[in-house]
Design a protein around this ligand. Structure first.
Ligand code: ACO
Length: 332
C-alpha cells in the first residue's frame, strides 16, 4: 500500500457579506440571538452567476498553484457537494475544461450532506493508497444560499457559500493516515432534508435541536474511532492518542456544537479544562456553515494564518444530512 500526503490547499469565498444585522431586517431575529446560539456574525453569499462549480473551480486553481503542480498532473477529481446546478451531470466537467485538466480523467460528485468533504477525501485517499492514481484533487464546494429559505429564521441564519480544495499525492510519508466514515439512516434521515416547497431546488428543512444533540455526540465518537479504529483502547490509551493531536478542524455548523464536543472530550478523557477547546479550529464567526466547503476552507485559512503547520497531526471531522458523519486523521 502507498502513502498519501496533502501537497497543496486553496479556497474561495464570495465577496458579498450577509451580516446578522442585515438578517434581522429580513426575519424575526437579532444579532445577539445568532451570536449567542451559533457563534456566527456574518456569512458569504454567492452572486447570481456564481455556482458550486465556479466557486470550486477557483478554490481548485488556487490549490494547484499552492501545490506547484501543472493541471495536467491531476488524474482524478472528487467533489464533495450538495448543490450541483443542474442536479446532473457532475460539477467536475466544467472544472476539467476551465482549468485545462486532462480531458480523459474521471470526475464525480460525492453527495453526503455536510460530510461530503470527509467522504470525498477518504475515496481519494484510498484510490492513491491502492496504487490507482498518483495525484488526485479533492474539492468541497456548496452554494447553500440556493436552497435556503430566507423566511425561515431557524435555518437562514446558519448558512453561507464557499469552496475549498486540496491536492493529494502519493508520497513516502504517512500524510493521510486513515479515515473513518459512518451513517445513521432510518428515522434520523428525516431530521435534515430538502423539501420541495416552491423553489426549483426546494429548501433545507431541519429539526435543529435533534441535529444539534446528534452532532455533538457523533463528532466525539468519530474522532475517537479514527484514532482507535478497532475501538479497543481504554481511557488512558485514548487520552494519550488524543494528546498527540495538534488541531481538530470540525465542520463549522455551530460554535456551541464544537465547544460542546470539546467539553465532552475533556470529561470523557479526563483532560484538563481547555485542553480540547484549544485544539478546535473555528472559522464559523465569519463564514457560517458552508457545508462541504467548511473543512477545506478552514484548513486553507489556518495554514495561511499559521494556526496549523507542516508536521501537525490533524483530525477533520464532519456530520451532516443523511445523517452521515466521518473523520480523517492527517499528518500535514
Ligand atoms: N432568532 C431568534 N429566535 C430563534 C431563531 C432565530 N434565528 N431561530 C429559532 N429561534 C427560536 C425558536 O423558535 C425557539 O423559540 P421558542 O422557545 O419560543 O419555541 C427558540 O429560539 C429556541 O429554539 P431552539 O431550536 O431550541 O434553539 P437552539 O439553541 O437549539 O438553536 C439552532 C437552534 C441554532 C438551529 C441549533 O439547534 C443548531 O445549530 N442545530 C444544529 C443545526 C445544524 O448544524 N445543521 C446543519 C447540519 S449540516 C448540513 O448538512 C447542512
Amino acid at each position: 500500500m502507498y502513502h498519501v500526503s496533502i501537497i497543496g490547499t486553496g479556497s474561495y469565498v464570495p465577496e458579498r457579506v450577509l451580516s446578522n444585522h442585515h438578517l434581522s431586517k429580513m426575519v424575526d431575529t437579532s444579532d445577539r440571538w445568532i451570536i449567542e446560539r451559533t457563534g456566527i456574525r456574518e456569512r458569504r453569499i454567492a452572486g447570481e452567476e456564481e455556482t458550486n462549480t465556479t466557486m470550486g473551480m477557483i478554490a481548485l486553481q488556487r490549490a494547484i498553484q499552492n501545490a506547484g503542480i501543472r493541471p495536467e498532473e491531476i488524474e482524478s477529481l472528487v467533489i464533495g457537494t450538495n448543490t450541483t446546478e443542474p442536479v446532473w451531470p457532475s460539477s467536475g466537467g466544467p472544472m476539467v475544461e476551465g482549468l485545462g485538466l486532462r480531458k480523459d480523467i474521471p470526475f464525480f460528485d460525492v453527495q453526503a450532506g455536510c460530510t461530503g468533504f470527509n467522504y470525498a477525501l477518504a475515496i481519494a485517499e484510498n484510490s492513491i493508497k491502492a496504487g490507482q492514481y498518483t495525484t488526485v484533487a479533492v474539492i468541497g464546494t456548496d452554494k447553500l444560499s440556493a436552497i435556503t429559505n430566507y423566511q425561515d429564521r431557524s435555518t437562514c441564519v446558519l448558512f453561507g457559500d464557499g469552496a475549498g480544495a486540496v491536492i493529494l499525492r502519493r508520497s513516502d510519508q504517512d500524510g493521510l493516515i486513515r479515515s473513518y466514515l459512518g451513517g445513521n439512516a432510518g428515522s434520523r434521515n428525516l431530521l435534515l432534508l430538502i423539501k420541495k416547497n416552491g423553489s426549483p431546488n426546494g429548501y433545507i428543512s431541519m429539526e435543529g435541536r435533534k441535529v444539534y444533540i446528534f452532532a455533538k455526540r457523533i463528532m466525539v465518537e468519530s474522532c475517537l474511532r479514527v484514532l482507535d479504529p478497532a475501538g479497543t483502547a481504554g481511557k488512558s490509551e485514548l487520552r494519550a492518542l488524543f494528546e498527540q493531536v495538534d488541531k481538530i478542524i470540525p465542520h463549522q455548523a455551530n460554535a456551541r456544537i464544537i465547544m460542546g464536543a470539546a467539553e465532552e472530550f475533556e470529561s470523557r478523557l479526563g483532560l484538563p479544562d481547555g485542553e480540547a477547546k484549544e485544539k478546535m479550529i473555528m472559522t464559523i464567526e465569519q463564514y457560517g456553515n458552508n457545508s462541504c466547503a467548511s473543512i477545506p476552507l478552514a484548513l486553507d485559512l489556518s495554514i495561511r494564518e499559521g494556526k496549523v503547520k507542516k508536521g501537525d497531526l490533524l483530525i477533520f471531522v464532519g456530520f451532516g444530512a443523511g445523517l452521515t458523519y466521518g473523520a480523517n486523521l492527517v499528518r500535514l
